[in-house]
Structure formats: structure tokens, C-alpha cells
Design a protein around this ligand. Structure first.
Ligand code: ZN
Length: 396
């Protein structure tokens, strides 16, 4: 709640966008809390913060946990922040009980996860994982033309440390679910075993502009007829691939956009997601075949292109098992779940064994000022994180 006061909005949310003055104040507060907990702070060249608690054998690879402190312009108090502070709570608990782990433990704050002010989501973790060149990240600008490099320097978080620093044994990210499933199933903890495959496609269908009155229906070359043909077939296809499939037509635009002219062109997008690679691939080829066939039938030429794709992630068995074990130890009601959203953990997982822990959020709301979570769920996620970290930080 103290962190939530930084960039607080009148409607109870947060506006603490990446590398703003508010982000600096939030970072400073986190650093102070970590120093109070006896941790050593290091900042890397893209502004990721690492707070280290020494291990019995400090030369061993660290177990890391973290998330992000930045928010959407009308964001909530929990998205990202919960994962950062859950790690701090774990450290304070280990301190309180005088437990020293074999491996060092580091909490990480990843820079610019939200990608709203600077238009690349999960930027800091992408640079750290080597997925994005640091020069590209530095050169990103906001709407006023101010760059990431300028703002990192201005707020004092352009560190000296190389972005890949030291060996890592395992990584965990605790997060609110940002969806309604745990709440609906009345589960306290989600054991996240992966992140779904997702891609976005643009469909452009060519028609022939004609007058809405004189042209008989049968003579038209109308892209809307093709749309009316394939839309129900695609929804039926999504249903065929089970409750984990996602199909979203979020943008439809007809040209010239006149109510008494048959459209000369129709542009639309479709977002396709599924956690299983085989089903995801089948949905992609099914969508292409279905749209092509409908457009052939209505005599409207069509082009389709994929303009964005994020491959799914299968989290490391040893980390998912550590979370399963932690849930068994703590006794919380849990279920296995796939993340519908991208997270820093996706980038981290490309170089280090990683997994995630979810807790429910009120009404499944996120990226929303009304975002909320119950104290007992917040506590449960911390306890599961504690035992998962103990598992990985104790063994050899
Ligand atoms: Zn987040």
C-alpha cells in the first residue's frame, strides 16, 4: 500500500510509468527497503535492479525472483509490484528466522515491463536475456521524443553492471493472475506451467464498390459476405480446440466506410492463442484454410499476414516441481494453470530454469485502477514463493 501511494490515481489505481519521476521514487523506496533487509544493491546498464542476499556459499549461482514496479497509465497496485514485494517478504522472513540458504538469493526489478510509455513490453528482461540489443532499447522514445537512455540517466538508474551478470540457478515470478479462472475455481494458488502461444494476423479482403440500391445481391463482390461466411466457422473451430483456445477479432475496418456503398476493401485482425503447440499450429492452418475458402466462394481476393508472434513457453520442470512441492508443504488449494499474458518470466525462461506462481485477483481485473487482491491470497503466494525458493536455494 505504501508503494501504491506513489503515482496514486484518484480512482485508487497507480500511474507509475517506466522511467518517470514516480518510477524513480518507487525504485528508491524499494532499494531502501532492501538495504534495510541487509541486501547489496546492483543496477545494470538497462536499469534492472538486483538486490542480493548472500548465500552460505556465495560463489554458487543465485536463485532470483522478481517482476516490475512500472504500471499502465491507469494501472493497479498489484500487477508486477506484488511479485517484487513478495521477494522482499521472503527475504525478511528468512532474516526473521535466521535462515541462511546455501545459494544466494536475488530480487530483481525489471525495467519497463508494461511497454506503454516506451513501446516494447518486457524490455529490461529482454535486454538481460539477450533477446533485445541494448542499443535498440536505449533508442526507444516516448511521445515527446525522450529516449530510454536519457531517462535512465536522468533518474539515476543507468547502472554500470553488464546486463548478463553471473550464473543463475533458478528464477521465480509471483504475479496476480490477471484473469478470472482462479477466482471462479475458488483456488488460492495457480501453479503456472507455461505461457500460451500467441500471434496476431491481418486479413485484407478486396471487394468492388457499388451502389447499395441498384446492384442486386447476387452480382456483388462483397467482402462482408466472406466475413459472414468464415466468422461462425472460425468460432466453431475455436470451440473444437477446447476451453484453452482463444480467438479475438479486435479490429474490423471497411472502406470507404459509407453506409450506402458495398465495401471495396475490408481489413480485420485476428488474435489466436493456445497453450499446446499442436493445437495452436492446427488453429493457424485451420484459420488460413477457412478464410481462403470463404473468400474463394464469394469471389473476393484475400491476403493474410502474421504481423506479431510470441512463441509459447514451457516452464522448467524442476521449477514447476519446486512450486508444486511448496503448495503441498503449505496446503493451499491450487490448480495448474497456463498464463494468458506475457511476463518478464518468458524472457528469463529463455536463458534460466524458470516458473511462475499466480494468485487470484478480484473479478479477474488487471490493467485497471480497480485491480485488487485479498490479503490472505497475497500471503499465500508469498509462502509458496518462500518454499519454492528454499527448495532451489538449498540443493546443490
Ligand atoms: Zn505484470
Amino acid at each position: 500500500m505504501a508503494m501504491g501511494e506513489i503515482g496514486a490515481t484518484p480512482a485508487g489505481g497507480c500511474n507509475r510509468q517506466a522511467l518517470t519521476d514516480e518510477d524513480k521514487v518507487g525504485r528508491d523506496l524499494f532499494v531502501r527497503w532492501c538495504k534495510d533487509a541487509g541486501c547489496e544493491i546492483r543496477i545494470d546498464a538497462i536499469g534492472n535492479i538486483f538486490a542480493r542476499r548472500k548465500g552460505k556459499d556465495d560463489s554458487l549461482p543465485a536463485v532470483i525472483t522478481g517482476s516490475h514496479l512500472d504500471t499502465q497509465p491507469t494501472g493497479g497496485k498489484f500487477d508486477g509490484i506484488y511479485g517484487v514485494l513478495a521477494g522482499l517478504e521472503v527475504i525478511e522472513t528468512l532474516n526473521d528466522h535466521n535462515v541462511q540458504t546455501q545459494h544466494p538469493i536475488e530480487r530483481v526489478v525489471w525495467t519497463n515491463e508494461e511497454g506503454c510509455r516506451f513501446d516494447t513490453a518486457m524490455m529490461g528482461s529482454a535486454v538481460w536475456a539477450g533477446v533485445m540489443p541494448i542499443e535498440d532499447a536505449y533508442a526507444l522514445t516516448d511521445r515527446d521524443g525522450i529516449s530510454v537512455a536519457q531517462e535512465l540517466a536522468r533518474i539515476g538508474y543507468k547502472g554500470e553492471l553488464a546486463t548478463r551478470n553471473g550464473a543463475i540457478k533458478a528464477a521465480f515470478e509471483t504475479h496476480i493472475e490477471q484473469g478470472p479462472v482462479l477466482e471462479a475455481e475458488q483456488k488460492t494458488v495457480g501453479i503456472v506451467n507455461g505461457v500460451q502461444h500467441m500471434s496476431r494476423h491481418r486479413i485484407i479482403i478486396e471487394g468492388k464498390e457499388t451502389h447499395a440500391g441498384p446492384s442486386p445481391m447476387a452480382t456483388r463482390q462483397d467482402p462482408m459476405m466472406a466475413l459472414a461466411n468464415f466468422l461462425p466457422r472460425l468460432y466453431a473451430m475455436a470451440e473444437k480446440y477446447g476451453p484453452d483456445s482463444r480467438l479475438t477479432f479486435g479490429y474490423v475496418h471497411a472502406l470507404p466506410g459509407s453506409s450506402n456503398t458495398v465495401p471495396g476493401q475490408l481489413e480485420l485482425t485476428v488474435d489466436i492463442r493456445h497453450p499446446q503447440k499442436a493445437a495452436y499450429d492446427a488453429m493457424i492452418s485451420g484459420y488460413q484454410a477457412c478464410v481462403q475458402q470463404a473468400c474463394d466462394e464469394s469471389g473476393t481476393p484475400v491476403s493474410m499476414e502474421c504481423f506479431w508472434e510470441a512463441p509459447g513457453v514451457e516452464f522448467a520442470t524442476e521449477c514447476v516441481n519446486a512450486v508444486r512441492g511448496a503448495v503441498a508443504t503449505t496446503g493451499y488449494d491450487s490448480m495448474e494453470i497456463v498464463s494468458g499474458a506475457g511476463h518478464d518470466a518468458c524472457n528469463v525462461a529463455s536463458v534460466v530454469p524458470t516458473s511462475m506462481i499466480f494468485i487470484p485477483c478480484k473479478d479477474g481485473l488487471s490493467h485497471n485502477e480497480a485491480e485488487s487482491a485479498e490479503p490472505e491470497h497475497v500471503e499465500a503466494g508469498c509462502n509458496v514463493l518462500l518454499h519454492a525458493i528454499l527448495d532451489r536455494a538449498s540443493s546443490d
